[in-house]
Design a binder for this molecule. Structure first.
Ligand code: AQP
Length: 341
């Protein structure tokens, strides 16, 4: 069976390990929204089981899961068109995750740069879950037989591992059961960088709030963070090659291009020659215009958490119509005994 024999299906997830930021929005969510109209079925997930690979206060986790769901919906993901779930309500993710723990090899996992970055010098003290994270991520995707996964650039290696796991499972058991998933890493802002350091990814867990634009920031906060964003002293170039060796300038131009839905070349054709004193207010105005309606809608949705819980419960029901048969078939392939149906 080849990739093309699988019905196109999109899956992606975000951790409710903090508030949503501009990197999540531009690198992932914006593409989630367009893809829900491009394929027959899309599933978007708050990956709460991944979030607890590092400590989460239980109340914060609940709040962040609901707020993330609100962020998805406010950004344009429709619960009528896409299946919206939190991972822990669909137990087949974790069940297939265990099977994949037994397929993935230690050597593959030890090469994962995200684990190395997150564990740092503390590798003996981090959770076993943090190490196993990419095998669970492979299960998140393959328990739907998802064919396409929109993500930011930092997830490329985990998606290669997902392909390796599917290939090894199919090979070991002599089946063509799991698709070889395609990563979808597109757009001008697949890797949004910190506003304080152009060599570091914008991230929820950065201790400096000034390093990121949160989706819940108000207009004044957004303007202040952009005004204070680190830059160099030169004017903006008129062509993309003039951004080489200027990570902070490149980052702000990429953000502008992604927010405006135009290319970097188009941005530079307009702003080439301007200094940051002139460009930053343009960027702030654009960011506020694009993000304020989303944060306003998020706040409205968060005023009715029971409705968010209903959407997630309905999503879990719809999801399990897909995941239960795929897990059962996996168990059959592996040789697990279960009652005949
Ligand atoms: N800076 C970024 N630029 C572009 N895309 C990004 N993504 C994350 N940061 C950027 C994309 O957002 C999706 C969800 O990411 P995640 O929450 O599952 O985990 P992460 O990549 O580890 O995100 P953070 O913010 O850096 O979280 P922490 O600080 O908790 O580790 C993915 O598609 C990711 O590529």
């Amino acid at each position: 069976m080849t990739q093309s024999t699988f019905t196109p299906r999109v899956f992606s997830g975000i951790q409710p390990s903090g508030g949503l930021h501009l990197g999540n929005y531009l690198g992932a969510i914006k593409r989630f929204v367009t893809m829900q109209d491009e394929v027959a079925q899309s599933i978007y997930c708050m990956v709460d089981l991944h979030a607890i690979t590092v400590w989460q206060d239980p109340k914060d986790l609940q709040h962040n899961t609901r707020e993330l769901a609100a962020g998805f919906i406010a950004s344009g993901i429709s619960p009528e068109k896409s299946i919206l779930i939190n991972q822990s309500q669909v137990p087949e993710h974790a069940q297939l995750g265990w099977i994949f723990n037994c397929v993935a090899r230690m050597g593959w996992m030890q090469r994962m740069t995200q684990f190395k970055d997150k564990a740092g010098k503390n590798a003996q003290n981090v959770s076993l879950g943090l190490f196993g994270y990419p095998a669970l991520m492979a299960a998140d995707i393959l328990v739907y037989h998802a064919t396409h996964v929109p993500v930011g650039d930092d997830q490329k290696q985990h998606l290669e591992l997902t392909r390796d796991i599917a290939t090894k499972f199919n090979h070991d058991y002599g089946v063509d059961f799991f698709p070889i998933t395609e990563p979808v890493i597109e757009g001008a802002a697949t890797r949004v960088m910190s506003l304080r350091d152009g060599d570091k990814k914008m991230s929820k867990s950065d201790p400096s709030d000034a390093s990121r634009i949160n989706m819940t920031d108000d207009a004044d906060t957004i303007a202040k963070k952009i005004r204070k964003a680190k830059t160099d002293a030169d004017a903006l170039p008129s062509e993309a090659k003039g951004l080489e060796g200027r990570p902070e300038a490149r980052n702000l131009v990429n953000i502008y291009a992604a927010l405006a839905d135009i290319s970097v070349d188009q941005v530079l054709a307009d702003v080439g020659g301007k200094n940051f004193g002139a460009f930053k207010p343009m960027l702030s105005d654009l960011a506020v215009a694009k993000l304020s309606p989303i944060s306003g809608e998020m706040a409205r949705l968060m005023s009715d958490p029971a409705e968010i819980d209903r959407i997630l419960a309905k999503g879990a029901q719809q999801a399990r119509e897909i995941t239960v048969p795929i897990l059962q078939k996996t168990y059959d392939i592996v040789g697990m005994v279960r009652p005949a149906v």
